[in-house]
Design a protein around this ligand. Structure first.
Ligand SMILES: *[C@@H]1O[C@H](CO)[C@@H](O)[C@H](O)[C@H]1NC(C)=O
Ligand SMILES: *[C@@H]1O[C@H](CO)[C@@H](O)[C@H](O)[C@H]1NC(C)=O
Ligand SMILES: *[C@@H]1O[C@H](CO)[C@@H](O)[C@H](O)[C@H]1NC(C)=O
Ligand SMILES: [Fe+2]
Length: 414
């Protein structure tokens, strides 16, 4: 037996040493084009029952065996003026509840606007601190970077936790725009509960204005607010070449007009640059697919969440790399965006405090704490950024930076 093993090993070594020089096969397929298979081909035949991709349709929102949602109403308001305060009421008679919101100002290059940046919020006591501190920051709108309720961390994805989350954030969400990015906790994909339609609770509850930007699904879209063009991407929907998201983003970047909206902000849940051991490199395939586009487009900031800590990068790119040239190290690049990971809202899963060492050169500041950030756009050239740490009941600015616009004044060396 031992002798046989040794012989096998020697043979393998021999094959390996022959192979080291590399071989280019001379085999070629016949270059003959073939027509499409006919529509009645066996491989196109629908399966019995209800399991073909084009089948399906609307159903009332229920989840698992136990949960049935209340009636969820959506109203689309059209013909609104910019920069105008609107009052509205929900319900009637003695049950009516009154709210108000202010629409964003008309897009223009020097229109100031202040965004709150929140991710991975959940509904813990920390989450409550984060929301309280955000309210104290006095921003105009929230870019929410995904992972809302964490209902799926409860038995059977207890969707009552979606209800409670909505009630929790109502004190801000009912009064100003929250721009939704989807995270993995919006998937709610649970075949063991009979729930096989990803994003079912999310899409039933949080409509997005995707049609207005020519998108075909609620998960990726754009909005223009004041002097910002905000692009929302979906980490958990296909983004490879020729997919609907890929095709949409390619067209969308051409529609960005930096003379009207100088600030190009991109939201995506799973980070492309992050030096925490948690979720390490999960965003890599999407970075490979889209980073060059964003650097070419001179995006200002890419926001991500997912990793439950805070991190801000320098302006780096890794677009020179291809799989053969060995140029695998991110380099400083004045055209590149700053990457901000803001997955520190304070959800039930706790902190990601597992940083990798040494800290990579691209990482400007990182801290495993909960908090939120604000991005205050002053005009076409300047924006002031702050990260607010939750610190035992008060908020503390623990990181800040001035960003200059990549299109109008690409001077900052952040
Ligand atoms: C959540 O925060 C609000 C605002 O600070 C506060 O009124 C409320 O008591 C807090 N709730 C809990 C459960 O901590
Ligand atoms: C910096 O980004 C630009 C724009 O995408 C790109 O053409 C250039 O190659 C990048 N520079 C380096 C050193 O990677
Ligand atoms: C833009 O805002 C910055 C920061 O407030 C200020 O220093 C700069 O002068 C402003 N630029 C213009 C053209 O007003
Ligand atoms: Fe996540």
């Amino acid at each position: 037996m031992a002798a046989v093993a040794v012989v096998t090993l020697l043979l393998l070594l021999a094959v390996a040493s022959v192979a080291r020089g590399g071989v280019t096969s001379t085999y070629r397929r016949r270059l003959q084009a073939l027509p499409d298979m006919p529509l009645d081909a066996d491989v196109f035949r629908p399966p019995a029952g209800f399991n073909a991709p084009e089948q399906g349709g609307f159903r009332r929102y229920s989840y698992g065996r136990k949960y049935r949602s209340g009636f969820i109403y959506h109203a689309t308001l059209t013909g609104l003026e910019h920069a105008t305060k609107y009052h509205y009421a929900v319900g009637s008679g003695t049950t009516a509840r009154a709210f108000s919101f202010t629409t964003p100002p008309k897009p223009g290059p020097d229109v100031p606007y202040k965004f709150g940046l929140i991710g991975d919020l959940g509904q813990t006591f920390h989450s409550n601190d984060t929301l309280t501190h955000y309210e104290a920051s006095g921003a105009d709108a929230v870019l929410f970077i995904g992972d809302l309720s964490y209902a799926d961390n409860h038995p059977d994805h207890d969707n009552n936790r979606w209800d409670t989350w909505a009630r929790f954030v109502e004190r801000s969400v009912a009064y100003q725009p929250w721009i939704w990015t989807t995270g993995n906790h919006e998937l709610d994909f649970a075949p063991e509960l009979g729930e096989t339609m990803p994003f079912k609770p999310f899409t039933n509850r949080y409509p997005t204005p995707f049609k207005a930007s020519g998108s075909t699904r609620p998960l990726w879209y754009s909005v223009r607010m004041a002097s910002a063009h905000v692009i929302v991407l979906a980490s958990y929907a296909a983004y490879g070449k020729y997919t609907p998201q890929w095709t949409w983003l390619q067209g969308e970047l051409k529609r960005v007009d930096r003379k009207v909206t100088p600030w190009l902000l991109v939201c995506v849940h799973s980070p492309w640059y992050n030096s925490n051991g948690y979720h390490y490199m999960e965003g890599e395939s999407m970075r490979v697919e889209f980073e060059r586009w964003l650097v070419d487009a001179k995006a200002d900031v890419v926001l991500a969440g997912h990793v439950h800590s805070y991190e801000r990068t320098h302006r780096v790119s890794n677009v020179a790399y291809d799989i053969a040239n060995g140029m695998a190290t991110p380099v400083f690049n004045r055209s590149a965006p700053v990457y901000i990971n803001i997955g520190d809202g304070g959800n039930i899963e706790g902190l990601a405090d597992n940083f990798r060492w040494p800290q990579p050169e691209y990482s400007a500041f990182r801290e495993a704490s909960f908090g939120h950030a604000t991005l205050q756009i002053m005009n076409r050239t300047h924006a002031y950024y702050e990260w607010h740490r939750n610190s035992d009941g008060v908020k503390v600015v623990a990181d800040h930076a001035w960003f200059t616009n990549r299109y109008w004044m690409p001077t900052d060396t952040n």
